[in-house]
Design a protein around this ligand. Structure first.
Ligand code: ADP
Ligand code: ASP
Ligand code: MG
Length: 452
């Protein structure tokens, strides 16, 4: 049995949802069980919800409230189109209730003029809570026993709202109580991705793109044979198709390679997705919901055999470099510990690190707490922050075996000014930091050299 996660574009409208139904039907016919279906919000809905919250917090109700109504209409229209037969009154009424409540929250935020991470989660989670209900009803309407599972009852998380961390043991126990019995009774559980709840029952979310992670958590916890990520491209590609015109499909890669590519910007996979899969050694497959017959990309522990070149490229368009120079002494022992303690204290993840005798440079993605980080570091070091740089990462298990490959990567970039460069101990990637205006050219040169 498999878990199938469908992204925003895969559930964007009635035609897309009908394709999902057939994909689930095929899996069920093949496996005789399941599948477990995890869905994102309909495409664009999470962005709009977050914009609504922001507008409400700035007391721009004339902007926020009409957008609530647009979203309401979009969801109602999909239900009217999809759920045939006797009118789906209960579902329409539920959707109306949800949007009435959202409008009430928006008005309250307008008065308070304040949006906390906790409130953002209460608003942003609605996209998945609604799309999953609609999907369950659509499956049922098409003769499959779809049953809605409230993600807030099965994904138990920490209370770090907007980037909550799932609690594995609690989540497993909740899945065994609320989801597994549906499968055992022959049903098709449908869960909204991205969403969970804290131990105290407050709605939380796993961070942008987190539905992939939800699917992997559920799949690993209940022990499926494959975690499928259905999206709008043929699989994992050799580069971001928004940057490189004709990237190639990567048919097969290792967990470690996929984790690096996802972490360094391949948006097709949320960076945390691979971890649960690794723990239970469950293959992850990326597939195109508009071309279900395609083979997609297979991600396994061993990866591909016999690949000669690199596996893929990834990039981030906006990273910040923090240069930290020891002010009192050269790199006395304990300096690095003090540096990283600061990043830990302010919950700021460091992506890449380079060191020299007197200084440490790190890149960070999430700058929400950077002012605090800089202030704390400044107590014992000189700190310079360089914002708006780009990061480019070339990934391939081949880098471990072929020493010359790293030199070739750097050689291709010879005329591009490089600010930082690193090859991690895993020697599976080479990462460089460069100016944003050089990213496009650098990606094109590398792609041409290794994949065309
Ligand atoms: P979903 O809504 O299905 O989760 P996402 O938008 O999150 O879809 O991810 C799919 C998108 O990721 C693709 O449309 C593509 O533009 C982008 N992307 C970036 N890098 C890659 C890559 N290496 N391979 C495939 N897609 C990529
Ligand atoms: N809907 C959420 C987002 O847009 C989660 C997801 O799609 O994976 O970030
Ligand atoms: Mg996604």
């Amino acid at each position: 049995m498999v878990v199938q996660k469908f992204g925003g574009t895969s559930v964007a409208d009635p035609a897309a949802i009908r394709r999902v139904i057939e994909i689930a039907r095929t899996a069920r016919a093949r496996d005789g069980r399941g599948p477990v279906v995890v869905v994102s919000a309909m495409s664009g809905v999470t962005d709009v919800l977050l914009e609504i919250a922001e507008a409400a917090g700035a007391a721009r109700l004339d902007d926020a409230l009409p957008r609530v109504e647009e979203l309401r209409e979009r969801h109602l229209a999909v239900v009217r189109d999809l759920v045939g037969g006797p009118r789906p009154d209960a579902l329409l009424a539920h959707i109306n209730e949800q949007f009435d409540e959202l409008a009430a929250i928006v008005r309250a935020l307008g008065v308070l003029r304040e949006v906390s991470p906790r409130t953002l989660d209460a608003v942003a989670s609605r996209g998945e809570l609604l799309s999953s209900r609609i999907m369950a009803a659509a499956l049922a309407g098409a003769g499959l026993p779809g049953e809605w599972v409230d993600a807030r009852t099965v994904i138990v998380t920490s209370d770090e709202h907007t980037r909550a961390v799932p609690l594995t043991a609690e989540t497993h126990a909740a899945l065994v109580t609320h989801l597994v019995p549906i499968l055992d009774a022959g049903g098709v559980p449908v869960v909204g991705g991205f969403v969970g709840a804290t131990v105290d029952g407050l709605t939380s979310t796993l961070g942008r793109g987190g539905s992939d992670y939800s699917a992997a958590l559920i799949g690993a916890s209940i022990g499926v044979s494959e975690i499928q990520i259905w999206t709008d491209v043929d699989g994992l590609l050799t580069a971001d198709p928004r940057i490189i015109k004709n990237p190639r499909l990567v048919p097969h890669l290792s967990f470690a390679e996929a984790a690096e590519l996802a972490y360094f910007g391949a948006k097709v996979l949320h960076p945390s997705t691979i971890r649960p899969a690794v723990e239970r050694n469950i293959p992850v497959r990326i597939l195109n919901s508009q071309k279900p017959e395609g083979a997609g990309t297979m991600i396994t522990a061993a990866g591909a055999t016999g690949r000669v070149g690199l596996t893929g490229l990834a990039s981030k368009r906006d990273v910040t470099v923090v240069d930290i120079t020891s002010s009192r002494m050269l790199m006395a022992y304990g300096f690095l510990r003090r540096v990283f303690e600061v990043f830990e204290r302010y919950r700021t993840a460091v992506d890449m690190v380079t060191t020299s005798e007197v200084s440490v440079s790190v890149t960070v993605d999430d700058v929400r707490n950077l002012a605090d980080v800089v202030e704390a570091l400044s107590e014992f070091a000189d700190v310079t922050v360089v914002p708006h740089l780009a990061l480019l990462c070339a990934v391939g298990d081949v880098l471990q075996e072929e020493a010359a490959m790293a030199a070739r990567v750097v050689g291709v970039l010879e005329e591009v000014p490089i600010k930082m460069i690193s090859q991690a101990a895993s020697r599976r990637n080479i990462t460089v930091v460069l100016r944003r205006e050089d990213l496009q050219h650098a990606m094109e040169r590398l792609h041409e050299e290794f994949f065309e």
